[in-house]
Design a protein around this ligand. Structure first.
Ligand code: AMP
Length: 113
């Protein structure tokens, strides 16, 4: 099912894009929960971490490497950052297009709410 993130991928609605390649897109979250809050998504419409398949191995690896690169580019690596994939209802997922939150610029706490 199409989500608002498909519209961002297709440039039908604006977003503050910080990185893009053939496989993925990273843009600033519209409601930031930290000084730096970026969403990293595959262009392929995978619903969530609950629905990934063996054939997604390459894109998942690509996303993890890009998350690390983006965090570094944003100056988050040294102090640290959090990488989160809220999944389904209990995970607090609201948009059903796989996305990794890259959060940084403040001290995170544990356990999460
Ligand atoms: P989640 O709740 O984990 O599914 O995360 C969805 C995220 O998408 C939330 O942090 C929203 O603030 C963010 N979001 C929703 N619509 C937009 C948009 N148009 N541009 C940027 N971020 C968005």
């Amino acid at each position: 099912m199409a989500t608002i993130f498909d519209k961002i991928i297709n440039k039908e609605i604006p977003a503050e894009i910080v990185f893009e390649d053939d496989l993925c897109l990273a843009f600033r979250d519209i409601a930031p929960q930290a000084p730096c809050h970026i969403l990293l998504i595959p262009k392929k419409p995978i619903e969530s971490m609950a629905t990934v398949e063996n054939s997604d191995k390459e894109i998942l690896g690509h996303l993890m490497l890009k998350a690390s690169e983006i965090a570094k580019d944003q100056g988050l690596s040294e102090e640290g950052f959090r990488l989160v994939a809220n999944t389904n209802q209990y995970g607090g997922q609201s948009v059903y297009h796989l996305h990794f939150h890259i959060l940084g610029g403040r001290q995170m706490t544990w356990p999460p709410g």
